[in-house]
Design a protein around this ligand. Structure first.
Ligand code: DOR
Ligand code: ZN
Length: 393
């Protein structure tokens, strides 16, 4: 397959190049590559298949909300060829057996799926046995019940989990009062960072919702941090429009704090959707979480079109950076020898977010009705086209 005449994201810049993919791998990047099986990318952006390091695909346990097929279709339609799935399932992914079963279930996914393993107060041996891609520790409440209770558990997991991989921390507090909530969250993060520093351990902070969280992480080379589009583009100003769908952990912040986070965007290491679909009935009952896979890239590109962010930085934080943080070999870059995972985007295509038209099983979006600029046109996974001309094939 030859992807011709697109603006290719290559070594940090957009350049006019052709890409030759053979046997699922990128074998050549150059100009005027000719041959059969041409994909015409003229006028399009050609990106490395994007990587979302934080999704909840809900299988097993809550397949009325999402499953590996619908969630992976949402991923592909949003430009992601690789996602890392969270462990707060039912049963939770906290044993080697649960991880193996989940791996089996994920075979129906249309994208690559990796897994965060859940830490508990007593599953140290299971972590060793399962040898997961990543370990997730909940230090604050979440959907499911996975919070560490024993103060010694964090340190023990820090010691046991391989040092070359990060441990992902969910640190947010959920009290309704914003100041109280943030004070507690920052305290938790500071303590977790101090302990990590003393042990030379890599940690990754999930879903930063304020500029301060980015600032807390920044001085430490072993601490990385992700930001989710809903904290960049929604605030408490949007609560009335969100109605019964408003709830998310961490909670949305004031408009002022949102703008501060947006202005500090460069300090984030990567973008993660925290795609957390729920049925509308569950939302009415107070379930926390927003779906985000299908709106993330378009929201980010729209902010680039408006001059708020820059494309190269956004794309790096959605591809190369998550691959490097989580040590995913052969992914996140368009380079010879890398996997043939490519996302082709029409940067000018305007579209309106309509929940009913999304691939996610939950069929709603917190960005309902917003007009965005930039849409995923085609997706190639391991050299095979899975999505073309805005449609699954
Ligand atoms: O809003 C959230 N929803 N935050 C989380 O941490 C979990 C997620 C979920 O699984 O629903
Ligand atoms: Zn999450």
């Amino acid at each position: 397959m030859i992807i011709k005449d697109g603006k290719v994201f290559f070594r940090g810049d957009f350049v006019q190049k052709d890409i030759l993919i053979e046997d699922g791998k990128i074998v050549k990047i150059g100009n005027n590559i000719s041959g059969e099986s041409i994909v015409n990318a003229a006028g399009k952006l050609v990106l490395p298949g994007l990587i979302d390091p934080h999704v909840h695909l809900r299988e097993p346990g809550a397949t009325e909300k999402e499953d590996f097929l619908t969630g992976s279709k949402a991923a592909i339609a949003g430009g992601f060829t690789t996602v890392i799935d969270m462990p707060n399932n039912s049963p939770p992914t906290t044993t080697a057996e649960a991880l193996m079963k989940k791996g089996e279930l994920s075979k129906k996914a249309l994208c690559n799926v990796l897994f965060h393993f859940g830490a508990t107060d007593d599953n140290f041996e299971e972590v060793k046995l399962a040898h997961p891609d990543s370990l997730k520790i909940y230090l604050g409440k979440t959907t499911g019940n996975m919070v560490l209770r024993n103060p010694g558990s964090l340190e023990k997991h820090y010691d046991i989990f391989p040092k070359d991989k990060p441990i992902v921390l969910h640190a947010c507090d959920h009290s309704e009062n914003e100041d109280e909530n943030l004070t507690r969250t920052y305290k938790t993060i500071k303590a977790a960072i101090a302990l990590a520093k003393s042990k030379g351990r890599k940690i990754h902070l999930a879903h930063a919702a304020t500029k301060k969280e980015l600032a807390l992480a920044r001085p430490f080379p072993n601490v990385t941090v992700e930001v989710a589009p809903h904290y960049l583009f929604l605030s408490t100003k949007d609560l009335p429009a969100l109605g019964t769908k408003y709830k998310v952990y961490p909670p949305l912040k004031s408009e002022q704090k949102r703008l501060m986070l947006l202005s500090a965007f460069e300090e984030a290491d990567c973008i993660a959707t925290d795609h957390a679909p729920h049925t509308l009935a569950d939302k009415e009952m107070g379930a926390a979480g927003f779906p985000g896979l299908e709106t993330s890239l378009a929201l980010m590109l729209t902010a680039c079109n408006n001059g708020i962010l820059t494309r190269s930085s956004v794309i790096k934080k959605m591809s190369e950076n998550p691959a490097s943080i989580f040590g995913i070999p052969g992914k996140g870059k368009i380079e010879e020898g890398f996997d043939g995972d490519i996302t082709i985007v029409d940067p000018k295509k305007e579209w309106k977010v309509k929940g009913s038209e999304l691939e996610t099983k939950c069929k709603w979006s917190p960005f309902e009705g917003k007009t965005l600029t930039g849409k995923v046109y085609s997706v190639i996974r391991s050299g095979k086209t899975v999505f073309e001309n805005y449609t699954f094939i």
